[in-house]
Design a protein. Structure first.
Ligand code: 5GP
Ligand code: ZN
Length: 135
């Protein structure tokens, strides 16, 4: 099946979410991108930014994908602002708030769903996201 933007893979969970065949808590959508809440949040804020078109993993991306990847990443500060975890600085220049932006790639990178997605994970601690597997 082809959407107006590109390939949609029939058995892909996030393609189905992008096509609204499977419900999700959508917090942002435009022509190219969708953002929804992670079903198993690792922190008070846990959002997934996806392209509507199917790209299986970051390793399938080339320089031609830079604008798309840039738009995905550039959404993070706006999402953080809207969800109360923006980075702010007080009058003494001390930072507070914050979030992680994370793309897991391949089995050793911890990727479970093979449709490119950017995690935006933040909010007040305590919470801990493993960014590396050891052993
Ligand atoms: P990965 O490990 O591939 O980087 O992350 C996949 C993420 O997708 C996980 O954090 C997982 O909780 C989330 N996820 C898996 N299935 C669903 C689903 O059906 N709906 C939503 N909203 N998130 C999902
Ligand atoms: Zn897909």
């Amino acid at each position: 099946m082809l959407s107006h933007l590109g390939a949609v893979v029939d058995n892909c969970l996030f393609c189905k979410i992008a096509q609204k065949q499977i419900p999700s808590s959508i917090v942002y959508e435009d022509e190219e991108l969708m953002v929804f809440k992670d079903i198993r949040p690792a922190a008070p804020v846990h959002l997934l930014v996806i392209p509507k078109t199917h790209i299986s993993t970051l390793s399938d991306c080339t320089a031609g994908h830079a604008p798309l990847l840039g738009r995905m990443l550039a959404l993070a500060p706006r999402l953080a602002e809207e969800h109360g975890c923006a980075v702010t600085f007080n009058d003494d220049g001390e930072p507070s708030g914050g979030y992680k932006t994370l793309v897991n790639s391949g089995p050793d990178g911890g990727q479970e769903i093979y449709h490119l997605h950017l995690h935006v994970i933040g909010g007040p601690h305590p919470w801990k996201v493993e960014v590396a597997r050891h052993g």
